[in-house]
Write a protein that binds this ligand. Structure first.
Ligand code: C2E
Ligand code: MG
Ligand code: MG
Ligand code: MG
Length: 288
């Protein structure tokens, strides 16, 4: 009973908890149909070269367009997919659509797709990725798969073997959300990561916390020294962008540069970037 839990702790059955529970159950039941029906698909968030502002790629971020509940974000449905083991199908679905969509992008534009730990350790990911690259024709060297360090925690040998197999296909591997969780330096040593993504929580504090700044500067130096490309997530202000540029970070991603957007808007973003780089080339030619 509530009293046994100690002084000052009150246990209640909040009606909102019941609602959350019902919503979760409903989403879990709807998930399979949503996947086969194409209601879950990626939005794309631009990634820019921090030095010259050029568009270099997009991160695919899953969205669910629910016929009754409206838009649902991945923080809500990815965990449901993980526990109900539909994460394998969801992962296959997002990667396939991302590769099909990206076939229409200029060939200097990359695409990054998130890979969940459950999906990676449960399924034959190498076989799945090989199949999708073959069927869509998307070149492996323009694809990055993002994983978090938690992938190294439960079964480090298996994880390393799988990640190396993916690298052998020509794919780049990014360490996502760096700075959250344990961020043990041993994870940097265990695998030859191509990219390190500095978590938004560090970027948020850059303006006013000198410790956050020191950590970011050191992480950028270390990662660069190890041959990794450094991407900053969640860049929202010009001040953050400037600090990151000065610290030597390579790529920026965040609302300042662009929100995750549906594919038809991506085509406009690509046109705009083409136009800007076009005038850039013209300006340089004129200056000569
Ligand atoms: P993530 O991979 O770290 O992705 C970055 C998240 O930060 C995205 O949230 C993005 O919309 C958000 N973000 C980017 N810039 C800004 C900014 O300037 N301000 C703020 N406030 N937020 C920003 P989102 O799309 O809700 O995705 C959340 C997480 O869900 C992702 O974190 C990723 O771990 C997971 N996820 C998304 N799509 C997939 C997927 O297809 N498969 C798997 N396994 N996980 C996915
Ligand atoms: Mg990511
Ligand atoms: Mg991230
Ligand atoms: Mg993050």
């Amino acid at each position: 009973n509530a009293k046994a839990l100690g002084k000052g702790i009150v246990v209640t059955f909040d009606p909102s908890m019941r609602k959350d529970f019902e919503r979760r159950g409903r989403l879990e039941t709807n998930l399979k149909h949503a996947l086969t029906n194409g209601d879950i698909f990626p939005f794309y968030q631009p990634q820019m070269d921090i030095r010259n502002g050029q568009l270099v790629g997009f991160e695919a971020l899953a969205r669910w367009k629910h016929s009754e509940l409206g838009w649902i974000g991945p923080n809500e449905f990815i965990p449901i997919a993980e526990t109900s083991s539909q994460i394998v199908e969801l992962g296959r679905c997002i990667l396939t659509t991302a590769c099909v969509d990206a076939m229409a992008f200029p060939d200097n534009i990359r695409v990054s797709v998130n890979l969940s730990v459950g999906q990676m350790l449960r399924d034959d990911v190498i076989g799945m990725v090989t199949g999708i690259l073959a069927s869509t024709g998307f070149p492996a060297h323009r694809l990055t798969l993002e994983v978090t360090e938690s992938v190294m925690m439960s079964e480090p040998e298996l994880a390393t073997r799988i990640l190396n197999g993916l690298k052998d296909l020509g794919i780049s591997i990014a360490l996502d959300d760096f700075g959250t969780g344990y961020s043990a330096l041993s994870y940097l040593r265990q695998f030859d990561w191509d990219e390190l993504k500095i978590d938004k929580s560090f970027v948020d504090d850059l303006g006013d916390d000198p410790r956050a700044l020191s950590i970011v500067e050191s992480v950028v130096d270390l990662a660069t020294e190890l041959g990794m490309k450094v991407v900053a997530e969640g860049v929202e202000t010009g001040a953050q962008h400037e600090i990151l540029r000065k610290s030597g970070c390579h790529i920026a991603q965040g609302y300042l540069l662009g929100r995750p957007q549906p594919i038809d808007q991506v085509h406009l973003t690509l046109l705009k970037s083409l136009a800007e780089n076009g005038t850039d080339v013209e300006a340089k030619t004129a200056a000569r």
